[in-house]
Design a binder for this molecule. Structure first.
Ligand SMILES: Cc1cc2nc3c(=O)[nH]c(=O)nc-3n(C[C@H](O)[C@H](O)[C@H](O)COP(=O)(O)OP(=O)(O)OC[C@H]3O[C@@H](n4cnc5c(N)ncnc54)[C@H](O)[C@@H]3O)c2cc1C
Length: 398
């Protein structure tokens, strides 16, 4: 009998884990809370050993083909004048071999996942009952099913995590919220990442994509680290509140929200769970150790962690030994990559026009430490050499 696994979450970590398990003959069921794949988000880059994982999955060339073509970063003022720019080709440390829209990456991975993987949308886990020999799962529609293993790949705000490792002080709030949504491209848009600092403790971005639309992001300081559940309309109200009277493209973004049907919005937490598994259930990706977009490493860690977790499960008959090997081989690197540069993210936000001026002056000087720190916000690890040595598995080469 093939082993059965339930994976909650079809972001980056879920389908990557599914790929490796299904390839090894496991019977994989994936569930997603949303009614379809959530393909939103901006550019993300794959660095370090994640490049080798996608190479092993034979999707690296396809990913490279879908490069966004972004030309670099421009700091802009309220009239959309550029106050400083950092072209990709002139900034060695910012050059990324693999840069792709988050949704395109998910599309490529899902296309590579073997056809016998089952997807169920609009579903989440209501209760987990680990019986020792298997896990009984109750879904939110009341149906019950048993699996050998349950994997939580449901992101930073994972609900499944709590069912597995309980409540703990593993959430570290960064003091700010982020959002991602897609808006129509206008003639006046360009192919740069435009960064606008709002003097009320907020930052707005517009970034080009390769699909004829623009990727918007509104980020802001907030004391609220634990909001109630937000509907799509609640999210629009919150974003409009931040955009109201903010200048630059704020009014356009506010209007464009009328037509937006998926928004990622919420407080940014680093997730620092010390234990990634309990019995037959385990965490992967942001659910286990989210570094947040401020490190540029979330997707890289999700891809490497998924590869290791899945292949340790295939390599070991005993799931406890597999989970231990997964943590032993990967946790220290994941922990290290959560380290934020000093002053990040506070340094990037301004609560007065004077501070906006200081940021612009720092950016215009270019060599200042301010810019180095901003650069680190989206740089991740772009070195050619891998810092992490990917484990190899005999069953992969067979
Ligand atoms: C819509 C969206 C846009 C994003 N945009 C960016 C970006 O622009 N830049 C960036 O650096 N990072 C972004 N991220 C985060 C980034 O994708 C992750 O940091 C990283 O890729 C790790 O991926 P993950 O698969 O662990 O988590 P995620 O990519 O967050 O995927 C988690 C998935 O689980 C689903 N889910 C949530 N709760 C449940 C549940 N209870 N049951 C079942 N499924 C559930 C979610 O809908 C989502 O599809 C975004 C995430 C999302 C969801």
């Amino acid at each position: 009998m093939p082993k059965t696994v339930l994976i909650a979450g079809t972001g980056v970590a879920g389908p990557t884990t599914a790929y490796w398990l299904a390839r090894a003959g496991w019977k994989v069921t994936m569930i997603e809370r949303a009614d379809e794949l959530r393909l939103g988000g901006q550019n993300i880059d794959l660095s370090d050993a994640a490049r080798d994982v996608v190479d092993l999955m034979e999707i690296k060339e396809e990913i490279k083909k879908r490069h966004t073509g972004e030309e670099g970063l421009q700091f802009v003022d309220t009239d959309n004048n550029t106050v400083a720019d950092f072209p990709v080709e002139n900034a060695g440390s910012l050059t990324r071999e693999i840069e792709i829209l988050r949704g395109e990456l998910i599309d490529v991975i899902v296309n590579a996942v073997p056809d016998d993987v089952e997807y169920r949308f609009g579903t989440k886990i209501e209760r987990l009952d680990d019986k020792g020999s298997h896990v009984d799962v109750v879904f939110d529609d009341g149906k019950q099913e048993s699996f050998d293993i349950v994997i939580a790949a449901d992101g930073m705000n994972s609900r499944t995590r709590k069912m597995i490792v309980g409540d703990g002080d593993y959430l570290e709030y960064l003091g700010c919220w982020s959002s991602y949504f897609t808006v129509p491209r206008l003639e006046r848009d360009n192919d740069w990442w435009r960064w606008y600092t709002i003097p009320t403790g907020a930052i707005a971005f517009l970034r080009p994509d390769n699909q004829g639309t623009m990727r918007a992001s509104v980020n802001f300081l907030s004391d609220n680290d634990n909001p109630d559940y937000m509907t799509l309309d609640d999210k629009k109200v919150e974003l409009r509140r931040r955009l109201d009277g903010a200048g630059w493209e704020a009014e356009r973004l506010s209007k464009a929200l009328d037509e937006v049907d998926d928004i990622f919005l919420g407080p940014l937490h680093q997730i620092k769970t010390e234990t990634w598994s309990n019995g037959r259930c385990v965490l992967v990706g942001d659910s286990a150790r989210c570094p947040t977009p401020y490190t540029g490493m979330g997707t890289t860690l999700a891809v490497i962690g998924s590869y290791i977790l899945a292949n340790e499960l295939v390599a070991h008959e005993d799931h406890a030994a597999a989970f231990k090997a997964y943590e032993d081989k990967f946790k220290e690197f994941a922990r290290k990559k959560q380290k934020l540069p000093p002053g990040v993210p506070d340094l990037a936000y301004a609560q007065s026009r004077f501070k906006v001026k200081l940021i612009h002056t720092g950016a215009a000087i270019g060599a200042s430490s301010v810019v180095q720190k901003f650069a680190s916000l989206f740089d991740g690890s772009s070195a050619d050499e891998n810092e992490f040595t990917l484990p190899t598995y005999d069953h992969i080469s067979q």
